[in-house]
Design a protein around this ligand. Structure first.
Ligand code: SF4
Length: 124
């Protein structure tokens, strides 16, 4: 696959996933991506084979088209933003029962429950 095709697929993927439950009209999607119907069909077929989208036939302005919906949740790192383990110098030595134990770590606990005061990174 050429870098240009890969980039187009990535853009299509993002547009479909960002549309959420509302979905995206296939005919509009390809205009946004500025690609041909043939290229569009190839991308849709690929996504459907992967099980990442579903299509629903809909009537739009008197013409039949498809509305495309994402089937899988888009992966986001938002849920781990600010997690102290991401920058912890002891992450490779941290395990249950060890000197650095995630079940006893005040920094991790404070991240999970902001009412608890965290320690400084040097105190881990
Ligand atoms: S010591 Fe705490 S902050 Fe560091 S990796 Fe373990 S649980 Fe995460």
């Amino acid at each position: 696959m050429t870098p240009k095709k890969r980039k187009t697929e990535q853009k299509a993927h993002k547009l479909i996933y960002d549309s959420g439950e509302e979905g995206h009209l296939q005919s509009e999607l390809w205009k946004i991506l500025d690609i041909t119907n043939r290229e569009a069909s190839r991308i849709v077929k690929k996504f459907m084979e992967k099980g990442s989208i579903r299509r629903e036939r809909v009537l739009n302005n008197g013409r039949w088209t498809y509305r495309i919906f994402p089937l899988k949740e888009s992966v986001s790192l938002d849920s781990i933003e600010g997690c102290p383990c991401l920058v912890c110098p002891n992450v490779d030595k941290c395990f249950r029962g060890g000197k650095n134990d995630p079940t006893k770590c005040m920094n991790l606990t404070a991240w999970v429950d902001p009412r608890i005061k965290p320690l400084t990174i040097n105190n881990i």
